[in-house]
Design a protein around this ligand. Structure first.
Ligand code: PMP
Length: 412
């Protein structure tokens, strides 16, 4: 048996590896987890603080206040941050807002809308799904008719950006339609929050949730949501048995209120290291301004889409209006298949395979959210890798023209 001797990493070398090469290799351009900023990396590269440490309490309180700003929510709304992934936030939404027998409408624009519908069914809801053709979002008339026809509905659920199709819905009219129908408006922002326009208070959305590893530009591990007054009231007036303890907003309300008052509290151990990162990440976004950060996502998406067009790549979303800022879901050109992905990886960039069953074998996905959209060099690397891999696969594409289209779009 051989004995493996490990040596402590000398401190300067460790620092270099923490700072990462610039841009890093491989460059992570999947739709989450994403590359994180040096500021967030530094904030999370600390010994885990205790949940009652003064610095943690400050970071938790700051994060809650900053979430309201990033969500553009009002003072009466309640942010929650829980250890867990985006799916936990979906479970929390269903568990607090839906009672067995409630009717709910799910706008189905892909894989994650289907997951939401399944979670709601397991919570005992009667689910109506409105599923437009692949690559499209439903029209407002269709949504209005469905809300009128099959109700009364307790809530409308929509996926702001479905990561399997790259389709974006417009939450603003959906909020209005839901309110007119007396239903709550709930949005899965896992692939959207801080990358797509969302004005929680102005639009009257009731719940908007996300995971940390996407457009917020943080490591995975936090389920983040802001509940409006109507959503909180729906939980408060629940007649059915309370939700499972960890999922129940009422377990967390005293803790979150205490942290916002900068007081120690405990219900279940928070992901303290990630909270340090959250405070820093939200701080960075707000320093830039939420509108500017969303505009950076829109600019990156537009520029990348121009590059994809030069490369002859078609997108799954059928129109620019429903094409997400945060990722590209691209169809392989004629004669090319998923063997393109290792060719892209060989060029130092990681992208993701297809996810939606209808395009699983025929599409691939490039994430462009969070810190990456502030880095033209990352976006260029992604375009160069895709273009080079297409050439390796035998396609006659003009890589320089694609990079030119990207740079023109970015104004660089
Ligand atoms: N909703 C959407 C739109 C997502 O993109 C994802 C993750 N890709 C989820 C929900 C589930 O999040 P998680 O993987 O963090 O549980």
């Amino acid at each position: 048996m051989s004995i493996c001797v490990t040596h402590a990493i000398p401190y300067p070398a460790m620092q270099t590896s923490l700072a990462r090469s610039n841009p890093p290799t491989p460059l992570l351009m999947i739709p989450g987890p994403v590359e994180i900023s040096p500021t967030v990396l530094a904030a999370t590269s600390v010994p885990p603080p205790g949940h009652t440490a003064a610095r943690l309490i400050e970071a938790f309180g700051n994060s809650l206040e900053r979430m309201r700003q990033v969500w553009q929510a009002d003072a009466a709304s309640q942010p929650f941050l829980l250890a867990g992934s985006g799916t936990l936030a979906m479970e929390v939404a269903a568990a607090n807002l839906v009672e067995p027998g409630d009717r709910v409408l799910v706008i189905n624009t892909g894989f994650f809308s289907e997951r939401m519908a399944e979670i709601l069914r397991r919570a005992g809801a009667k689910v109506t799904e409105l599923a437009p053709p692949l690559g499209e979002a439903p029209g407002t008339d269709e949504v209005r008719e469905t809300l009128r026809g099959g109700g009364p509905f307790k809530a409308l659920f929509a996926t702001h950006v479905d990561t399997s199709t790259g389709v974006r819905v417009d939450p603003e009219p959906l909020c209005r339609l839901a309110r007119d129908a007396g239903a709550l408006a709930v949005f899965d922002g896992v692939c959207a929050t801080a990358g797509e326009r969302f004005e929680m208070a102005a639009w009257g959305a009731d719940l908007y949730f996300t995971g940390s590893q996407k457009a917020l530009g943080l490591p995975p591990g936090l389920a983040l949501m802001v509940a409006g007054e109507r959503a909180l009231a729906a939980r408060a007036s629940r007649r059915a048995a309370p939700p499972p303890l960890y999922l129940d907003w009422h377990s967390w309300l005293p803790v979150h209120r205490a942290y916002e008052e900068r007081k120690p509290s405990y219900f279940a151990t928070p992901a303290t290291t990630l909270v340090m990162g959250l405070e820093a990440g939200l701080g960075e976004i707000l320093e830039e301004g939420i509108a500017a950060r969303i505009a950076a996502h829109a600019r990156a998406a537009k520029a990348l889409n121009a590059a994809w067009r030069v490369l002859g790549l078609r997108t799954v979303p059928k129109s620019a209006a429903v094409t997400a800022n945060t990722l590209s879901v691209l169809l392989f050109p004629e004669g090319i298949d998923a063997s393109l992905l290792p060719k892209i990886a060989a060029r130092g960039v990681t992208v993701a395979g297809g996810l939606h069953p209808a395009v699983k074998a025929t599409s691939f996905r490039v994430g462009h959210m969070g810190y990456s959209v502030t880095r033209p060099d990352y976006l260029r690397r992604a375009v160069e890798a895709v273009a080079g891999a297409l050439q390796d696969a035998g396609a006659a594409v003009d890589a320089a023209a694609a990079v030119g289209a990207l740079e023109a779009g970015l104004g660089s």
